[in-house]
Design a protein around this ligand. Structure first.
Ligand code: UDX
Length: 427
């Protein structure tokens, strides 16, 4: 059992804290946002994440998990401190590390004995060394900095944290590296024990590779459409080659979320800093930006001028099982539709509250998916929520002005929809 504090209660911090407590450790989750901490103290999760609230209840009840805004006391009462604060994009694409350095300084000033500081946040190569320098400038106590990036996916954060494909541990001090390995000793997984620099790069290289894989298959889809091939079948055929694998070969309207867009930009920025032109990742990003708007092109192809037309949007979150809308294709598509003079109705099972805060005010939000279809000229599916499969599409076609579906995620059953009289257009 270790005494641990986790700074930052976003997806990474909260999942890390909650899971480490569930593994039997004594965990204090810290955040400067009082509202978030109060929500957590009341047993509620500030983010929608399957299984999260159950684990919060279980572990607070067992007295292994607590929440506070008091970072100093959390540092003083624990031996291992995880930094899991945000590293958002600056305007030039570089990672804004101000939360990281603020946290490091506060940790340093509060330290009362030896601590291991573990960086979970995604930070550009070289940052752990800088964290180390910053802490040593602000304390006389002994400490070690370990890099251990997180690879969880939103929507399956708890499962991914408990079942990682690998645990990467970057360290300078062998003993600190081994302590963090010991923390995860019950996990049946591969451990990558390496330097902090390689550990930092593993995270960026992984995300950049996955983003590139998605842009690659999206480009293949765009060629397939022009030559009469089916990208789903092409992806299946490619994926059977173990060297390629069938994962992350789903063509669609591009990647969004809090990681791929931000991390690819930060990697490109880092490369520029060291005078290297990162061509492949830049291309992946460029393809992704265009891909998001393919839905608008397809709507124009099928409806002509969009002025005065009404479009129903199913799905606003950047992926299913989350209320996160950061960099979601919907945020690019909807303003473009409004700009073209279309009316927009939208529904999402979890993300409407977040979307309302950032989308133009003239979007009409519907309380159920069926309502989106009423009187629209086409429905565009932007997020592959399971409940959209269960929609009674037959009843819906009657309510629409024109029975047209643009499936941005190649998610629905083509044959069934065509049987119901729909004009079904996918990627
Ligand atoms: C990602 C990484 O998977 C995770 O390892 C890292 O820690 C954080 O970033 P996340 O952003 O939560 O996780 O979601 P993910 O499931 O990876 O999807 C990212 C985006 O790619 C989504 O917009 C999704 O719709 C899109 N995607 C994914 C595709 O378009 N096609 C695919 O085949 C897979």
């Amino acid at each position: 059992m270790y005494k641990i504090s986790v700074i930052g209660t976003g997806y990474v911090g909260l999942s890390t804290g909650v899971c480490l407590s569930d593994m039997g450790n004594q965990v204090t989750c810290v955040d400067i946002d009082e509202e978030k901490i109060n929500t957590l103290k009341n047993g509620k999760s500030p983010i929608y994440e399957p299984g999260m609230e159950d684990l919060i209840h279980k572990n607070t009840k067992a007295d292994r998990l607590q929440f506070t805004t008091n970072l100093e006391s959390a540092v003083q009462n624990t031996d291992i401190i995880f930094i899991a604060v945000g590293t958002p994009s600056r305007d030039d694409g570089s990672a804004d590390l101000s939360f990281i350095y603020e946290a490091s300084k506060t940790i340093a000033k509060a330290m009362n004995d030896y601590k291991i500081i573990v960086t979970k946040s995604t930070v550009p190569v070289g940052t752990n060394k800088e964290i180390e320098d910053s802490i040593s400038q602000n304390t006389d106590q002994d400490f070690s900095v370990v890099s251990s990036p997180e690879f969880l996916r939103e929507g399956s954060a708890i499962y991914d944290t408990m079942n990682p494909d690998r645990i990467v541990i970057g360290y300078r001090d062998e003993q600190a590296g081994q302590t963090i390995k010991d923390l995860y000793k019950d996990f049946d997984t591969e451990f990558v024990m390496t330097t902090t620099e390689s550990s930092e790069m593993i995270k960026y290289a992984s995300n950049a590779f996955l983003a590139t894989k998605i842009s690659f298959i999206n480009e293949m889809a765009n060629i397939c459409e022009r030559v009469g091939a089916n990208v789903e079948e092409v992806a299946k055929g490619m994926g059977l080659d173990h060297r390629i694998s069938d994962k992350f070969l789903n063509a669609g309207i591009g990647y969004g979320g809090s990681c791929f867009p931000k991390d690819t930009k930060a990697l490109i920025n880092k490369a520029e800093e060291v005078d290297y032109n990162l061509k492949i990742v830049k291309a992946a990003e460029e393809v992704n930006e265009k891909q998001k708007l393919i839905v608008v092109d397809k709507l124009k192809e099928v409806l002509g001028d969009l002025e005065g037309k009404t479009i129903g949007i199913l799905g606003l979150a950047f992926k299913p099982n989350t209320d996160d809308i950061r960099e979601s294709p919907a945020l690019k598509i909807i303003p473009k539709l409004l700009e073209a003079g279309a009316n927009v109705k939208a529904y999402d099972p979890k993300a409407m509250e977040n979307a309302r805060k950032v989308l133009p005010g003239d979007v009409v939000y519907c309380s159920v998916s069926e309502e989106v279809a009423k009187g629209v000229d086409a429905v565009a599916l932007l997020t592959e929520w399971n409940e959209f499969i269960e929609i009674e599409w037959k009843d819906i076609s009657i309510k629409m002005n024109q029975a047209i579906i643009i499936d941005g995620r190649n998610f629905l059953d083509v044959t069934y929809l065509q049987e119901q009289g729909f004009r079904y257009i996918c990627i």
